[in-house]
Design a protein around this ligand. Structure first.
Ligand code: ATP
Ligand code: MG
Ligand code: ZN
Ligand code: MG
Length: 469
């Protein structure tokens, strides 16, 4: 990419979240991820530019030095910081404005600093697929927190029975964030049990909200729509997916019903989520410790019988296993973290210069990772313990908010594949690759907000479900 020859016509709107806007190159498999600000703070000052510079570097450092070692080299692409010509950024911002969904327009793209992240476009697959006319598919899942808190600090009984996502749904519906309730429950997705995972993914299809998207040939073909009151059109989706799920070998050839296409699609996605990079080398995949006894959410629509016999466990090296282990670094719950945050704050009042040694705002380097890894088990009353736990909590927060990208591409009959890249040899032949994106650090200063939000969500849930009984 030649930074002095950037042309906005080479880039198109790709998507956005709450913190950043992404554009993709029309030819090369690259994206630019630009920061966003609330529109009222979009005033240009030198200080803001410096802030953006530091922020974007801290994003790369956190992803590369902290999350990547925890989640696995194979899954994480941290990208690099680029300094774009301001004129290009301004033209780009005008160009993408009309494509932005209304629900995201409370923020504006940063057109002042020129800093952005350049990343591989994960909706494309790197492997060549020899002349196949079928475009690659990419499924993006934002799985959210996959376990129930097990901390002794939890005060509300319902937090041990109903997962955060399911409780949060009630709160979001009441506040008008979404019009329809999602029946997705992360605990089913993270169960490692194929039947429960199937149901979880089916619920994502029925109500994607911001947890589920599908791209075809790099284009978004399925996601939530602005203010959607109706169920998404699943038969139109099946139509789009059908070419990839038509058997070319096996007993029958040809047309599958919409239901059968979606069925196969869900199975392929869950196989990719369960697969491990090195299970073929090490034999039996290692099972992650998780979830036993705390892997069931009472609000999940999955039938209780499935819950009872349903902990197959995830392989530790599967993408979901890795994410869950990082999430479970939050082993005190926000209710246990908040007093430790206050301990740190009190210490800083006395020794404000310690803020940098304690790495509260980074730098996110190897020594930050050491804080996370070497935190003592027992609270000895020290500020070091408090810091270790706070850092662990922040890593877990990032892992609760990341997205998984699964890219699927058809492969030819005679293509020679590494066996672990091939899903279901008797089924439609697809190669896949799995990555994790959106691994930004969550600010230390957000802990009091998280603490308040937690009690709002729980209190609302308790009130609203009790009044119905
Ligand atoms: P959130 O609100 O979830 O925190 P965010 O503002 O941090 O989101 P991202 O999730 O990183 O932003 O990016 C927004 C969207 O852009 C993603 O959901 C994904 O669809 C797309 N995207 C981001 N990075 C890539 C990439 N490397 N390749 C392809 N698509 C990407
Ligand atoms: Mg995101
Ligand atoms: Zn749940
Ligand atoms: Mg994010």
């Amino acid at each position: 990419m030649e930074l002095d020859k950037m042309d906005e016509n080479d880039w198109k709107y790709h998507g956005e979240g709450n913190k950043s806007l992404v554009v993709s190159h029309v030819q090369h498999s690259r994206v630019l991820r630009l920061l966003k600000y609330p529109s009222q703070d979009a005033e240009h000052t030198q200080q803001r530019t410096e802030q953006a510079y530091r922020h974007i570097h801290s994003i790369v450092d956190f992803s590369k030095n902290v999350m990547k070692p925890l989640l696995g080299e194979a899954y994480v692409h941290s990208g690099e910081v680029v300094n774009l010509p301001l004129e290009f950024v301004r033209h780009l911002s005008l160009k993408v404005q009309q494509e932005r969904p209304e629900l995201r327009c409370d923020k504006v793209m940063d057109t002042f600093s020129g800093y952005a992240l350049c990343l591989p476009n994960l909706t494309h697959l790197n492997a060549r697929h020899f002349g196949d006319h079928r475009l690659p598919l990419c499924v993006e899942i934002k799985p959210k927190c996959g376990f129930l808190p097990f901390s002794g600090h939890v005060t509300k009984e319902c937090k041990r029975k109903v997962c955060r996502f399911c409780m949060h749904q009630h709160y979001k519906l009441a506040n008008g964030k979404w019009k329809r309730q999602s029946r997705y429950c992360p605990l089913d997705l993270f169960s490692g049990n194929k039947q429960r995972m199937y149901i979880a993914i089916k619920h994502l299809l029925e109500e994607p909200q911001n947890n589920f998207k599908i791209f075809k040939g790099g284009q978004l073909i399925f996601s939530c729509t602005d203010g959607a009151e109706q169920q998404p059109d699943l038969s139109a989706l099946a139509q789009q997916l059908r070419p990839h799920f038509t058997h070319s070998t096996g007993l029958y050839k040809g047309h599958l019903s919409a239901k059968a296409v979606l069925n196969e699609f869900i199975q392929v996605v869950s196989s990719a989520l369960l697969s491990s990079w090195n299970c073929s080398r090490t034999g039996e995949p290692k099972k992650a410790h998780p979830a036993e006894g705390r892997g069931y959410c009472e609000a999940s629509p999955v039938h209780r019988d499935l819950h009872r016999n349903g902990t197959n466990g995830l392989s530790k090296d599967s993408v979901l296993g890795r994410i869950l282990q990082a999430q479970m670094l939050d082993n005190l719950d926000i209710e246990g973290i908040y007093p430790l945050y206050k301990r740190v704050e009190q210490y800083l009042e006395e020794f404000p210069k310690e803020r940098s040694r304690l790495q509260l705002d980074g730098p996110y380097n190897d020594s930050f990772l050491e804080w996370v890894k070497n935190c003592p088990e027992e609270d000895d009353g020290s500020v070091e313990y408090a810091i270790g736990k706070v850092h662990q909590y922040r890593v877990a927060m990032t892992a609760k908010d990341c997205s998984v990208m699964i890219t699927l591409a058809p492969c030819e009959e005679d293509e020679v594949l590494e066996s672990n890249l091939e899903i279901q040899p008797s089924k439609p032949r697809l190669t896949y690759s799995v990555s994790i994106l959106d691994l930004d650090p969550k600010p230390y200063d957000a802990i009091p907000y998280q603490h308040k939000l937690d009690s709002k969500i729980v209190n609302y849930y308790v009130r609203s479900t009790h009044s119905k009984q």
